[in-house]
Design a protein around this ligand. Structure first.
Ligand SMILES: Cc1cc2nc3c(=O)[nH]c(=O)nc-3n(C[C@H](O)[C@H](O)[C@H](O)COP(=O)(O)OP(=O)(O)OC[C@H]3O[C@@H](n4cnc5c(N)ncnc54)[C@H](O)[C@@H]3O)c2cc1C
Length: 308
């Protein structure tokens, strides 16, 4: 290893990172001090060691057996900077919480970021997931993204390079986004504040935002909403172990207290299977599932093996 300035931790519990508060440990967690530190680390890690980046774990299910190799988590110190640029642009580090991006835009009188007030992830997660709400997606704001690849090489990507689709970017999977420039427009601060308040009020009434959850479990299928299909298949409130489809918003899975990641994944596949049987629709996971099953856990087959 080169002289690293960031923090390395062996056997770090991923349950302390994920919103679900479940999941086994990662072999090695690295929090780089800055982009140079990240690049030096990646260049030194042997090519056969798997490396994965996480944000704040608000769209992540880490299996109970934990994660092999290295998980990178960008620190607020090295990647948490926000700068307001000319022309209603904002540069934000990948560890900036979406909520802080929304607040910084409001303070600068820049419109187009109010929806981030309701998304509990980080800028890095928003860039990878094309996070969106209230009719706006990340792709509508992105101008330029800075990234480091698995070999430690730096890249600058345009919006087109990010290959955006609904909750998806086809930018190479090994890229770790470090910062991005976003484009907004002039807007009155009072108008933005009102929009942000509305976003928050709406969330409080329709989503279990104070629960241990991963947000929307499934992507909306073409022409419908995932929650409607889950509801029609009779899965609102469906429970397996400590995992439940939220009675409040039935496309949100929640850990009611004692769920394992296996309970949560089994619940998700059970719901997918019931929706398939009920309406013929194959729901796709929006939540990212990573890691290994724990000893004694049966691997969860897609659609519980029904389509094999
Ligand atoms: C209560 C609640 C409400 C939510 N509402 C919404 C919503 O309205 N709209 C919406 O789109 N999402 C929503 N989500 C889901 C989630 O907040 C978003 O997907 C968010 O963008 C994930 O960011 P994160 O930092 O938590 O990423 P993580 O969950 O940690 O990771 C998600 C993915 O992003 C990748 N990733 C993270 N950081 C980087 C990086 N720096 N470089 C490259 N890849 C990276 C990870 O590898 C992983 O594949 C909600 C979640 C919750 C819990």
């Amino acid at each position: 290893m080169p002289d690293l300035r960031g923090r390395l931790k062996a056997n770090a519990p991923m349950s302390e990172i994920t919103w679900f508060r479940t999941g086994g440990p990662v072999e090695l967690l690295f929090q780089p001090a800055d982009a140079d530190d990240l690049a030096a680390f990646l260049a030194a890690v042997p090519a056969d060691v798997p490396v994965l980046v996480v944000g704040v774990g608000s769209n992540l299910l880490v299996r109970d057996g934990g994660v092999r190799g290295v998980v990178i988590r960008l620190s607020a110190k090295g990647f948490g900077r926000i700068d307001v640029l000319d022309g209603h642009r904002i540069r934000a580090g990948a560890a900036v919480p979406d909520k802080r991006l929304a607040a910084a835009a409001r303070d600068a009188g820049i419109g187009g970021f109010h929806h981030y007030h309701g998304i509990p992830g980080s800028v890095g997660g928003a860039l990878r997931m094309n996070a969106g709400a209230n009719g706006v997606e990340t792709q509508e704001r992105v101008v330029e993204v800075h990234a480091v690849d698995r070999q430690g090489m730096r890249h600058v990507l345009t919006k087109d390079d990010m290959g955006y689709a609904y909750r998806h970017s086809s930018a190479p999977a090994d890229l770790i986004f470090t910062e991005a420039i976003f484009q907004g427009y002039a807007e009155d601060k009072a108008v933005i504040t009102k929009m942000m308040d509305e976003v928050q009020e709406h969330r409080e009434t329709v989503q279990p935002i104070r629960e241990k959850t991963g947000g929307s479990t499934f992507k909306n299928p073409p022409g419908s909403s995932a929650w409607k299909e889950v509801d029609k298949a009779g899965c609102r409130g469906l429970t397996i172990g400590g995992a439940q489809m939220s009675p409040m918003h039935c496309n949100f899975m929640i850990n009611t207290g004692s769920a394992s990641s296996h309970d949560l994944e089994m619940l998700g596949e059970t719901v997918r299977t019931r929706v398939l049987d009920h309406s013929g629709i194959r729901l796709d996971w929006e939540i990212k599932r990573i890691g290994e099953y724990a000893d004694g856990e049966e691997p969860v087959q897609p659609f519980l093996g029904r389509l094999l």
